[in-house]
Design a protein around this ligand. Structure first.
Ligand SMILES: [Zn+2]
Ligand SMILES: [Zn+2]
Length: 766
């Protein structure tokens, strides 16, 4: 019986098997052609098309998913082209037979037999209409059906349909002819888009609208007869006038879109950009640039990052992309600029972790020479003895340079390198201490991203540009405690560098750091709170500085406007105080752990197992005569008639500066003139000139070099020698000048206790 069955059907089985084998062989020999290149589409977070780009063959060929296309359009196309589409296997045998029969009697090749799948095959590989090619198309259709689902084939079809000129696909057509996405088409528009591909070269919207109306209405009638759509909808469709003309493909967030196009693969790129916030930011930026235009500042850039999902929310590379006068096409977010003082915030964070700093610890902000480098403050003033907080909020330069020297230039460069600062990595061997005042190159993206770490407990994350690109491998670059302290210091309402807080009624709380680059070329403000990090740059793309440019005056108002617009009235829950942070009392004058001699203490923060425990080095007991006119050491202390008094004894250079700047404070009295004790401490400290520094002096000029040295309070007199020849005698801290006459000079300062210090300098005449 079984045997009989096989015998009976052997022929058929053989035919089926050999056909299958033939198909497999042909499939191997003639694989499906490569898919066509599609236009790159950049989409906002909500799916809105930001912009699209021409393909390399200059086509608008926008791929569209089925969900993006109005169901009426899909229905009309299937009804019109291939109503058995969902049931056949690429070829519709009924219509093939019918077409074959028709061709026999008319001798013309009828295209009606083409299924949607076969049409896709033809669009992928356009060929002349011959019988052979028709068979090739059928073979391709089978291949397509095997490889792709019906939905995928339909998507390809909708994405490749020709609409005349360089427009392909229903999405391209609906943007270019109707200025809307393909899911917002009216029924009349959908039917038109179903009709045009039959003859795209003569049925051009905006050129042959009358013909299109005739075709459209023909199909409206047919759909009415076949009851495909409701008759009221179809009636409205007949009455709808054609209002098509050629629109431009949308262009939103041009710098952002271009950046995405250049840096990411794929033809439909769904980004994290929030179009509503983007447009708000664009308006605020343009308005703020307008406000400072008269100051000679023509451009600006803004980058907004979401700290919670670590993504780009708004991205404005310039105030006006189309303004050639201000170089609007330069992207201010990726342009390499000097960061001014913005890197001070990460430096202080680093030093807080290093244990070098606590918020109330004091720095000396006085003129200082770092091996020939003599930085000044932005306002050209010096502030003497200042706290870490004050130095950071007011962006003082000397403390920052001192701090960088203390933590190590290379350590800090390594940190920045690890945080993706590319230009700094390239320049690393050429960078010096001026790095912290902006003597390096970076960009708004790198800076803004770095500041997101303060909002993420010290973790630096990659920033997402695309949706579903969740990237959560952060790197801990600062501790949670130091990030918290930076946020606390930089968010105070008592900040002197702003603007009137009361002007902004709904301002959310945030912290910020400003920066102004050398030559007043770049104004920066980078702000953050738990929700957002916003980076702002203002300046000119041609690199010209403006005397009126400063981070505080130009960039901060923009930052404030942005926070109050984007995070308006938001209920920001500020960062929680980390467990590793504790409070302790410190000496109010040194900011160090108080000793029994410190009179006043203040509360300060310290980080467990990190912050130093250095004790106050200022308040010291001094033996003095009963009238406090003479100071004694243990070597010359009389047996009676003395007492122990606590004085603030500053470093010699600060003492000199304080007295020069008329700060009155109680100095210890002069040391007993009859004292013969050996002095254990080092001799005078030469503050000027600076060793190994080449002094440029105009030949035959009266130009003089400053001699200045500091000593402890026991020293009454300094004796200056130049090349071992006595020059002048003065008090410690007194300024003495001399006119150099030789190229190589040895300068010696001798104090009245017989201790001396020498340095060598070179003088170059010009
Ligand atoms: Zn003290
Ligand atoms: Zn003494």
């Amino acid at each position: 019986m079984h045997f009989e069955f096989i015998k009976k059907y052997r022929r058929s089985v053989t035919i089926v098997f050999s056909t299958l084998l033939l198909f497999i062989l042909l499939d191997l020999l003639f694989p499906l052609p490569k898919q066509k290149e599609f236009s790159k589409q950049i989409q906002a977070k909500d799916g809105t098309l930001l912009t699209a780009y021409l393909t390399s063959d200059d086509k608008w060929r926008l791929r569209s998913d089925l969900e993006e296309v109005s169901p009426e359009l899909i229905k009309a196309i299937i009804e019109k082209e291939d109503n058995w589409f969902y049931w056949h296997f690429g070829i519709n045998p009924v219509s093939v037979v019918r077409a074959f029969y028709k061709n026999l009697i008319s001798s013309e090749i009828e295209s009606g037999a083409s299924t949607i799948t076969m049409q896709v095959a033809r669009m992928l590989e356009p060929k002349e209409r011959t019988y052979v090619n028709k068979f090739a198309e059928m073979f391709r259709a089978l291949q397509l059906e095997l490889k792709y689902s019906k939905e995928e084939i339909l998507e390809l079809y909708l994405s490749l349909l020709p609409f005349g000129g360089n427009i392909e696909g229903v999405k391209s057509a609906s943007y270019i002819y109707f200025n809307r996405p393909p899911d917002k088409l009216s029924l009349a528009q959908s039917i038109m888009l179903a009709v045009i591909p039959n003859d795209p070269n003569s049925l051009r919207l905006d050129r042959s609208n009358d013909q299109i109306i005739i075709k459209r209405n023909y199909w409206i009638n047919k759909f009415k007869q076949d009851e495909i759509f409701s008759s009221t909808d179809l009636k409205d469709a007949v009455d709808e006038p054609i209002e098509a003309h050629r629109y431009e493909v949308p262009v939103f967030a041009p710098h952002f879109s271009y950046y995405i196009k250049e840096n990411f693969n794929g033809d439909e790129l769904n980004t994290t950009l929030d179009l509503e916030i983007q447009q708000t930011v664009e308006n605020i930026l343009l308005h703020n640039v307008g406000k400072v235009f008269y100051k000679g500042i023509t451009n600006g850039a803004v980058l907004v990052m979401n700290n919670i999902n670590k993504s780009v929310v708004a991205y404005c590379g310039s105030a006006d992309f189309y303004d050639e006068g201000s170089f609007g096409q330069v992207n201010g977010i990726t342009a390499i600029r000097s960061p001014g003082s913005t890197l001070k915030a990460p430096l202080y964070a680093y030093a807080l972790d290093d244990g070098n700093l606590t918020p109330k610890m004091k720095f000396t902000d006085i003129p200082t020479d770092f091996h020939g480098y003599q930085p000044e403050n932005y306002d050209l003033k010096f502030y003497g003895n200042v706290s870490t907080e004050f130095a950071l909020v007011n962006s003082l330069n000397i403390p920052a340079v001192k701090l960088l020297e203390k933590v190590g230039l290379n350590n800090f460069i390594n940190l920045l390198e690890g945080c993706g600062f590319n230009q700094i990595q390239e320049q690393k061997n050429k960078l010096g201490l001026s790095l912290i005042l902006g003597g390096c190159g970076t960009n708004l993206f790198e800076l803004t991203r770095l500041f997101t770490s303060f909002a993420n407990k010290g973790n630096l994350y990659p920033i997402n540009f695309l949706l579903n690109e969740e990237n959560n491998d952060g790197v801990q670059i600062f501790s949670e405690s130091s990030s918290y302290l930076i946020a606390k210091i930089l968010s105070g309402v008592d900040r002197s560098d702003i603007v009137n807080f009361s002007y902004y009624s709904k301002l959310p709380k945030f912290a910020w750091k400003t920066g102004t680059s050398y030559g007043k070329r770049d104004a920066w403000a980078i702000g953050f709170n738990p929700n957002y990090t916003i980076g702002v740059w203002m300046g000119n793309f041609n690199g010209v500085g403006s005397p009126n440019l400063s981070g505080g005056e130009v960039a901060v108002p923009l930052l404030f406007d942005l926070f109050s617009a984007i995070d308006y009235n938001s209920d920001v829950k500020w960062f929680e105080e980390p467990e590793d942070l504790y409070k302790r009392n410190v000496c109010s004058e040194s900011g160090l752990v108080p000793t029994q001699y410190c009179k006043r203490v203040v509360e300060d923060f310290a980080i467990k197992n990190k912050s130093h425990n250095d004790v106050c080095n200022i308040h010291k007991p001094v033996y003095v005569s009963l009238d406090e006119s003479t100071q004694y050491c243990t070597g010359c202390l009389p047996s009676s008639e003395y007492k122990k008094v606590t004085y603030a004894v500053y470093q010699p250079e600060l003492t000199v500066w304080l007295s020069q700047n008329n700060y009155s404070y109680k100095l210890p009295p002069a040391h007993n003139p009859d004292c013969n004790s050996k002095f254990a401490e080092a001799g005078p400290k030469i503050l000027s000139p600076s060793e190994d520094y080449e002094y440029l002096v105009e030949e035959n000029s009266e130009q003089e070099i400053l001699l200045l040295a500091a000593s402890d309070s026991r020293v009454q007199t300094h004796y200056w020698y130049i090349n071992d020849k006595f020059y002048k005698k003065c008090k410690p801290g007194e300024r003495v000048f001399f006119n150099p006459e030789e190229k190589n000079l040895m300068i010696t300062c001798l104090d009245d206790k017989g201790r001396d210090k020498s340095i060598k300098i070179n003088v170059k005449y010009y």
